[in-house]
Design a protein around this ligand. Structure first.
Ligand code: TYD
Length: 214
């Protein structure tokens, strides 16, 4: 989009490996002389990080969870994302609203129509709905993700869920990806090097670096 930065999000089920590529993505954009604002959801501001601790650790019903996720998101958009995009930055965000549709919608089975309403409330400004320009979706079979996660660290509320939960989350992502051309599916099976090569190929295919280089 002209006159503003580039909003890039990373998505995928827990254990899909998206976080291990953020450093390299940041270096890639910085090498193309772009300012990068790197952030995450839930989180990215002091208020949203406080909400993250509750969302990831406290048991709550799915509507409460969705409201907290969107409250955190609203603060994050107003304080961090919008100002960064207005400056022309590349915003690299580890998860965004697609995670809400996948986890609260798919995983927890919460009504996507309500999520769409919350999305409009939280992400609208002057009649425009803020959406990522590009979403890298790390797609990995839930069974493989579970193996990668096993024993890696103390699991949070979501990571402790059974494989079936992640099957639903994965289905939620697949549905979102089908509806939005901004999604790029990255096959996350294989070594980190193989996956990185796929990311580079996907970015080149989309002409990301042609448009961002000056
Ligand atoms: P994650 O991004 O995997 O961070 P870390 O790598 O530090 O574990 O963890 C965030 C968790 O929050 C993840 O399990 C998905 C969940 N989540 C939601 O349920 N809804 C949301 O809208 C977002 C952004 C995340």
């Amino acid at each position: 989009m002209s006159g503003r930065g580039l909003f890039v999000t990373l998505e995928g089920i827990d254990g899909a490996g998206k976080s291990s590529h953020i450093d390299a993505l940041q270096s890639l954009f910085e090498g193309a002389r772009r300012q990068v604002t790197r952030t995450r959801e839930p989180g990215g501001t002091p208020l949203a990080e406080a909400l993250r601790t509750m969302i990831l650790n406290e048991a709550m019903d799915a509507l409460t969870e969705s409201l907290l996720v969107f409250a955190a998101r609203r603060d994050h958009i107003v304080q961090v994302i919008e100002p960064a995009l207005a400056r022309g930055d590349v915003v690299l965000c580890d998860r965004f609203t697609d995670a809400t549709f996948a986890y609260q919608g798919g995983g927890r089975g919460f009504d996507p129509a309500v999520l769409s309403t919350l999305e409009r409330w939280a992400q609208s400004r002057d009649g425009t709905l803020l959406q990522p320009d590009l979403t890298l979706w790390f797609d990995l079979p839930p069974e493989i993700a579970a193996e990668r996660l096993a024993g890696a660290r103390v699991p949070d509320k979501f990571e402790a869920q059974p494989v079936e939960f992640f099957r639903q989350v994965a289905a939620g992502y697949a549905e979102r990806a089908e509806a939005a051309p901004r999604f790029v599916r990255i096959d996350a099976v294989g070594t980190r090097k193989q996956v990185w090569a796929r990311i580079e190929a996907a970015l080149a295919e989309r002409g990301i670096f042609e448009t961002s280089k000056r």
